[in-house]
Design a protein. Structure first.
Length: 114
């Protein structure tokens, strides 16, 4: 099975209303879920992630964010099975300001052996 990722630090067109492939659609949905603050999506207030994790030690924050992201993706994008979540530690600017940028690795649930 192939493993794919969504890097939250990369910029791209925000919404593609006609993604060319299932993979593009799932990646876009994951990015939308992870970058939406819980309770802010009109008509879908339960989509998104909590952002109340402020001023905690970095390792605790990473563990909590990982759990929050895994749960949100499992609830709202069942076509993706998260395999791991890593964080971009190489970016000096994000590290300086205490920003965690997750990279979500996943496989497509209905991909089979292809």
């Amino acid at each position: 099975m192939s493993e794919f990722n969504v890097d939250i630090s990369t910029t791209s067109a925000w919404v593609n209303f006609a993604p060319g492939t299932l993979l593009e659609e799932v990646q876009q949905n994951i990015k939308t879920i992870v970058t939406t603050v819980l309770g802010t999506a009109p008509g879908s207030r339960n989509i998104g992630v909590e952002v109340e994790l402020v001023d905690e030690p970095i390792h605790i924050t990473q563990a909590r964010i990982t759990g929050i992201i895994r749960t949100a993706i499992a609830d709202f994008e069942p076509r993706a099975q998260v395999t791991r979540i890593t964080f971009d530690h190489q970016n000096i600017e994000t590290g300086m300001y205490g920003t965690l940028l997750p990279v979500i690795w996943f496989i497509l649930a209905d991909q089979g052996d292809a």
